[in-house]
Every structure is written in structure tokens, then in C-alpha cells.
Design a protein around this ligand. Sequence first.
Ligand code: SDX
Length: 438
Amino acid sequence: MLEKHFSGEKATLTLDGTTYELPVIIGTEGEKAVDIRALRSTTGYITMDSGFMNTGSCSSAITFLDGEQGILSYRGYGIEDLAESCSFVEVAYLLVHGNLPTPKELGSFSRMLGEFAMLHENMIHFFDGFPPNAAPMAILSSMVNSLSSFYPEMTNNPLENIDLMAARLISKVRTIAAFSYKKSMGHPLVYPRHDLSYCANFLNMMFDSPVRPYEVNDVVVAVLNKLLILHGDHEQNCSTSTVRLVGSARVNLYACISAGISALWGPLHGGANQAVVEMLERIHREGGDYRRCIARAKDPKDPFRLVGFGHRVYKTHDPRSRIIKKACDDVLAALRIDDPLLHIAKEIEEAVLKDEYFVERHLYPNVDFYSGIIYRAIGIPTDMFTVMFALGRLPGWIAHWKEMWDDPNWRIGRPRQIYVGPRRRPFVPLKERTLENV
Ligand code: SDX
């Protein structure tokens, strides 16, 4: 994919008196990169970029985001249009296959999702092996990894089966999430229904019960579709890069997605949506005064971060956060919920956007700041918020795994390092060792 993006321009680099020319790559939307793939072989030098803040790991045709302008698009479609006009299943198809589905393609994809909604009955016994307070993300990661044992044929010749694998995963992960919730409540499992849409089916599996049938609420279904779309993909974020790195060793898709789920679990990444609501609940319990949280976030001696704010790439408003904030207002009004946490969240945002510490560091609300308030409103338990993030991000992970497997120039990912340990030293046999000579 990169070959047609060489601009002809050259970057020059002078090292030890020798000047080298390095090709310049220009992306579809004008991002520029210096191609250093031959740097070490020609100069003996490597680059250092901990956190990969300046390093491109791949070329990709899936998602474009501009952190300065606050722009996000999937396969060339603006996130605002997709969130407003599509279902999550349409966008999942777009991310994995590269184009929005025709009505016929959408029908076929939806039928596959319906066919694959059940779990192998043997898998259901796995839930009983987890302790009652097991973290939902631990359950999800374990169950997804075990799928490769139930569908080995899919892992042997993946690209011929990518459509099946994608549909199987997107459907079964939804069932695993709902079943893990029912198990944590000690309630009977609610099996998927063929007559419900993707999101309605999930909600029904989560909240239907023998004593209180669940009534599908169109407002809730619509906002869940929107939330999952907004989490669909986000270029080379931590969990997607994890899926790619694990996949680069030619690991099967299920194991790679399991690794991505584990990366997303982190409170600095997908775990932030849960941490935001826990922070807001704590502020509410303590009387609603959020100023202490803001003061702690600004204190260089305090490791506390104002979760839900800041982003590695966005240095202006995260476009997703704007859409979610509006959806918050719409859903809570429609459900007639007056959640004090939303008022506190809005007060925090208003204060932060005027505070020099945050302004000069370009810290704005990110995708996680308001999403948990909607999940609360529709009844999702706090410890499942990151599972919801994983449900949305799944098609993006699959799309990146597929794009990498499709790449003829694919290499196993193996970063370099600069060694700063002890110089070579003589070995001391155990019997002669003292504190002075080791
Ligand atoms: C997601 O990559 C993606 O695309 C991720 C994601 C996706 O869709 O996949 O968008 C999803 O993970 C969103 C982020 C969710 N995480 C949080 O909300 C946790 C809180 N945010 C921070 O921890 C932080 O902003 C990060 C981790 C998101 C980004 O960290 P960076 O890019 O490494 O920024 P940094 O740590 O270098 O911070 C730069 C400065 C520092 O201050 P100085 O040392 O310059 O004085 O900003 C400060 C930081 O201390 N800072 C914060 C802060 N975030 C950054 N200070 C207080 N509160 C914060 N939230």
C-alpha cells in the first residue's frame, strides 16, 4: 500500500559526517513520514521513541484521525455521518470489508451474525469456573481465546474464512458479554433471539428475565448502536497495536483479539470509562465538589489523573466525546433520568476548559468521559463498561488483523532497544560470590 505514497521528496540526515537521504511518504490526507526502514542497515543507528509518539508502525486504509482538527473517519466516511445514519452492524461491515454494505450484503451479514449468536454448550460451563467476583474483562479475554479451540479450522486458513471468523466473533463476543453478566448475577442465561437486531438482542440477553420480560426500547437501541459505532476503530491505539503485534507472529485471530481485550482493560486506555464513573460517583458521595479532583490532577506530585481527559492524538475536542455528550442529554431526557453524575461531569468539563493547566496541555474530554453515564442510564453495570468498549472496538481490531494478513510486505513486529545495563563482566561461581563481587 505504501509504494504509491512516496512523494519523491527526500529528508536528509547527517551522522558522523555522512549525509543520508531518506524517502518521504505522504498519506492520503497529507500526513508525512520519513521512511527509516533502511536506517540501521545504512547508518548503524536506530531511532528512539518510547510510547511511539512519533513512530508509524504501518500504513492503513481503515481509519483516519487528525488530532489537531478533531477529525475522525472510517474508510473515508466521517464519524458524524456514520453515528447519525448507520447501525453498528453496517459500520462493522464497513470496517472489516472496506465499503458500506448494500442491502443484500447487509442482509447476508446480519443472517450470519444471527446464526453465530449461540455459544458451544461446553463453553458455557467455563463461566462456572470463574469466581463470582471475576472481572468481566478477564472472563471476556479468556472466553475469546478459547474460541480458537472450538473453531480450529478457522485458524488454519484464515483469509479464506475471514467473513465467517469476523461474523462469528462479532456475534459471539456479544453473547459472552451478556452471559457473563447473567452469571455474575446468578440469573438464568437468556439465549439470543433470531427476531431481534444486534443491539436489541444484546439488551434482551442482558436484561430479560423470567419474572420481568425485557421491553426493547428504541431510544436505548439507537444510542447503543451509536456508542458501539463511536468505539469502532481508532487507528493504532494501544489495543489495536497489540492485536497487530501479536498477529504479526501469525497468531490466530481469536488469540489476537484476546490480547487486544487485555490491553484495552488498562485504566489509561479503555478502562477509563469505568474509572470516570467511579470518580464521578466518589465526587457525588462526597458532596459534589469536584474542585479537589481538579487540584489533584494538576499537582505534579500527585499521580492522580483526571480520567476521561487527555489523549495521545487529539489536542482538541475528541469528536466522539461531543457526539456522546449530546446523546447523554437526549437519552436521559427520553428515559426521564436526572443523573447527578451528568451535572457533575458537565461542571468538570466547563471548569477544565477554562483552566490554564489543561488548556496549555491541550487536555479535552475524550471518548470515555461521558460514555459511562449513558451505559449507567441503560442499566449496564459499571464493571462492564470496558466490555462495552471492547464490543464496539471488535470490528476495528478484526479489520486491522485482516489488513496485516493481507499485506505482502508483512514482517513480524520486533522493535529494537538501546541497552543501558552493565558492561560485560567475569562470571563468579556461586561458592565464591559475595556482595562485593556480584
Ligand atoms: C482511550 O489512543 C487512542 O486512540 C485511545 C482511545 C481509543 O479510542 O482507542 O481514544 C481510547 O484510551 C482514551 C484515553 C482514556 N484515558 C484516560 O482518560 C486516562 C486519563 N488520560 C491520561 O492518562 C492521558 O491523557 C493519556 C494516557 C490518555 C495520554 O497520555 P500521553 O499522551 O502519554 O500524555 P502525557 O502523559 O505525556 O501527558 C502530557 C501532559 C503531562 O503533564 P506534564 O508532564 O507535561 O506537566 O499532560 C498531563 C500529563 O501529566 N496530563 C494530564 C492528563 N492527561 C495528561 N494531567 C491530568 N489529567 C489527565 N487526564
